[in-house]
Design a protein around this ligand. Structure first.
Ligand SMILES: N[C@@H](CCC(=O)N[C@@H](CS)C(=O)NCC(=O)O)C(=O)O
Length: 224
């Protein structure tokens, strides 16, 4: 046992940490904590992540939060030169795409998925849905364009740069992506990797087990 604990139910951004752990084939203990007072806001978890948000990890006593810092750390620790690019330039491009995903598309895809699919129909807001699609339109074209000359973001092989961006926009797999066909093909390729399929299976199970009130809670506390 590596002594790695991953906190957070797979429906949350813990999905990203679970995917990278499965991709790396490392042992871990999954603690499927819920958001809010049912888990992430308890005193016990606040001692792990004072933000009260998911995910967080405890790797043999080394505590880390922020989902994409977690994926970068685990990939570098366990797969330097393979899943985690080794040259300064390829590493910097990995950070570029990771920060891009957080800043440009994370919130928009989340809003889209809640108001298109996950909230009960009576709670969906078409104005928020339309605004989210507008916000992600340009960055999706940027990503589509980046895939014209190479199959993956850093070149010929799948890296944690792809994992981070694909994980952030993973719920867009249910969106009409015909305007950005290279993005669509790349997203399917990333999400059909065995580790991604297993992480998605866990997420699907936790999606299905989440009552409408917890989806409403997600939308309310994250102001989505
Ligand atoms: N930037 C953080 C965001 C973490 C985050 O907002 N997590 C959500 C679940 S996906 C959460 O814990 N929300 C509940 C809350 O804020 O109380 C990350 O990527 O880890």
């Amino acid at each position: 046992m590596s002594g790695l604990r991953i906190y957070g139910i797979a429906r949350t951004r813990a999905f990203r940490a679970l995917w990278v752990a499965m991709e790396l084939g490392i042992d871990y203990e999954h603690i499927p904590l819920e958001i809010g007072s049912a888990g992430a806001r308890t005193a016990e978890f606040l001692a792990v992540n004072p933000n009260g948000r998911l995910p967080a990890i405890d790797d043999d006593g080394f505590v880390l939060w922020e989902s994409l810092a977690i994926t970068l750390y685990l990939a570098k620790k366990h797969s330097l030169g393979r899943l985690y690019p080794a040259t300064p330039q390829a590493e910097a491009k990995t950070w570029q795409w990771t920060l891009w995903a957080l800043n440009e598309v994370d919130r928009g895809v989340n809003i889209w998925s809640l108001h298109a699919i996950r909230l009960p129909p009576e709670d969906r807001d078409p104005a928020k849905l339309a605004e989210a699609l507008k916000v992600i339109e340009r960055p999706f074209k940027v990503l589509d364009e980046a895939l014209v000359e190479q199959p993956y973001l850093i070149g010929d092989g799948f890296t944690v740069a792809d994992l981070n961006v694909a994980a952030v926009i993973s719920r867009a797999i249910e969106m009409d992506l015909s305007a950005t066909p290279r993005l669509g093909d790349w997203l399917r390729r990333c999400l059909e990797r065995p580790a991604a399929l297993e992480a998605r299976r866990l997420r699907q199970l936790s999606d299905e087990a989440s009552p409408p009130d917890s989806i409403r809670l997600i939308a309310r506390i994250n102001r989505l």
